[in-house]
Each structure stands twice: as C-alpha cells, then as structure tokens.
Write a protein that binds this ligand. Structure first.
Ligand code: APR
Length: 230
C-alpha cells in the first residue's frame, strides 16, 4: 500500500467546535500562553493551569469527529496512512484512524509532574489538584507545554521522510519543531495543503493548494485519491 502521511493542526477540529489558537477568537486571544501553557505557569499557579485544561478536556469530550476526520480514516481502506497531529484531542481516533502520532500529547491522559513517561487515562473531564502519580507528584495534563521537549519529533521526522504522498491540513505552521516536519518530505513527493488560509511554505516543491475548509477539501481529496489508480 502507498504510504500517505498527514500532518494536522487545530483547524481540522475547528468544525467540531474546538477553537484554533491563532485565528480570530482563537484560544490565544483569550489566554496568555505564559499563564496556562508553560512549566513556569504550572509552578506559579497550578490551579489555573489545571482548570484551563479541564475546560478544554470537557470541550473535547463533548465534541464529535467531523467529515474531515472520517474521510482520513476511510483512506486506510486503500492506503498505509499515518496521521501526525499537533492536536491534543482524540477526534482522529474516534473517527476510526488507527495510526495517529500525537506530537503535543493527548488531553484524555494525565502525566506525572516529575516523570513525563508516567501517564494515566483520565475518567471524565476533571483532573483534580490532589491526584498524584505513583511517585507522589501532582498529576497534570499529558500535553507538551511551550519550552518542553517534543518526544515524538524524531519518529515523526522519520515517518515524513518515508511518505509517498503528503497531506497538510489545519495548521498555520507557526510552532516548531512541528512546522519543520514538512521539510523532511522528499522533494519528488506530492504535497496537498488543505486550509482556507494556505500557510506560507517556503522552498516546498510539488505542492497542490486546496483553499478550503477541512470538511470540504479533505473528503474531496480523499475521494480523488481513492478513485485513482495508485
Ligand atoms: N478547516 C481547515 N483549516 C482551518 C479551518 C477549517 N475549518 N479553520 C481554520 N483553519 C486553519 C487556519 O487557517 C490556520 O492555518 O487552521 C490553522 C490553525 O492554526 P493555529 O491556530 O496556529 O493552530 P496550529 O497550527 O494547530 O497550532 C500549532 O500551537 O498553540 C500551539 O500547541 C499548540 O498544537 C498547537 C500549535
């Protein structure tokens, strides 16, 4: 099967009712990153950080996958698909995608404050301040905060280097190292970008821009790929 690699961002979940970060009325308009998404914020005011991610977890649990998530899952019928997502929601998995790499963690899990490899599933949306890991340290959301390592980045780069077709959707490519992954895709490989505001991508070859919302552009692209003789 042909290897398709898909890199997604917040935009692919926008039509499921989950805010993006940098669009108008995006999350970072309502919150300071320094107050809710850094290790320093956790040191300074863990209650505020925990509340922020509890609210986001509640939104994620109430959200449903959309046509774009389902179309990418359908692609697995004919292709070897790996989805590399910057999203901390589980909508790709809930739509049926079986090979999803979460670069920035997943909000349905908690992690130890002292050892990020110790992770635990969370029941419901609320993670209490008193909950601790097996080492006795407070549990926090299993998400990668600004300034923290991105443990899956090397694996993701290796996957991108092996892509035979590449799809990028719903990311402004504003955050590194995730945004650098597009440059691991080989020059001869076709690269589709699906976004209502196509992000600036310098030095990228073989690009097909689909200026559309994910729920329009992705199902159309998937239909085209499924009907072609690959
Ligand atoms: N369909 C497709 N794309 C959309 C849609 C839609 N309906 N609505 C918005 N977009 C696009 C925007 O045009 C933009 O390119 O989604 C992108 C959203 O960009 P950001 O808000 O910057 O989100 P993302 O790129 O995922 O952010 C990267 O930054 O804040 C951190 O850790 C966080 O993973 C996140 C990272």
């Amino acid at each position: 099967m042909k290897r398709i690699v898909v890199l997604t961002g917040a935009g692919i979940s926008a039509e499921s009712g989950l805010k993006t970060f940098r669009d108008s009325n995006g999350l970072w308009e309502g919150y300071n990153i320094e107050d809710v998404a850094t290790p320093q914020a956790w040191q300074r005011n863990p209650e505020l950080v925990q509340e922020f991610y509890n609210m986001r977890r509640k939104d994620v649990l109430e959200a449903q996958p959309n046509l774009a998530h389902y179309a990418l899952a359908k692609l697995e019928e004919r292709f070897d698909v790996t989805i590399i997502t910057q999203n901390i929601d589980d909508l790709h998995e809930r739509a049926g995608s079986t090979n999803v790499v979460h670069l920035h963690g997943i909000i349905t899990k908690s992690q130890s404050s002292v050892n990020p490899e110790l992770t635990y599933p969370i029941k419901g949306w609320e993670l209490g301040m008193g909950e601790v890991c097996e080492l006795g340290s407070p549990l926090r959301a299993h998400v990668v905060w600004f300034g923290e390592d991105v443990p899956m980045i090397e694996e993701a780069a290796r996957i991108c280097a092996g892509a035979e077709l590449f799809i990028l959707s719903g990311t402004s490519l504003a955050v590194y190292p995730a945004a650098g992954l597009i440059h691991y895709v080989r020059t001869g490989v076709k690269k589709y970008i699906v976004d209502p505001n196509i992000p600036a991508v310098s030095r990228l070859t073989n690009v097909v821009e689909i200026q559309a919302k994910a729920t329009d552009g992705i199902p159309e692209l998937v239909e085209e790929l499924m009907s072609n003789k690959y």
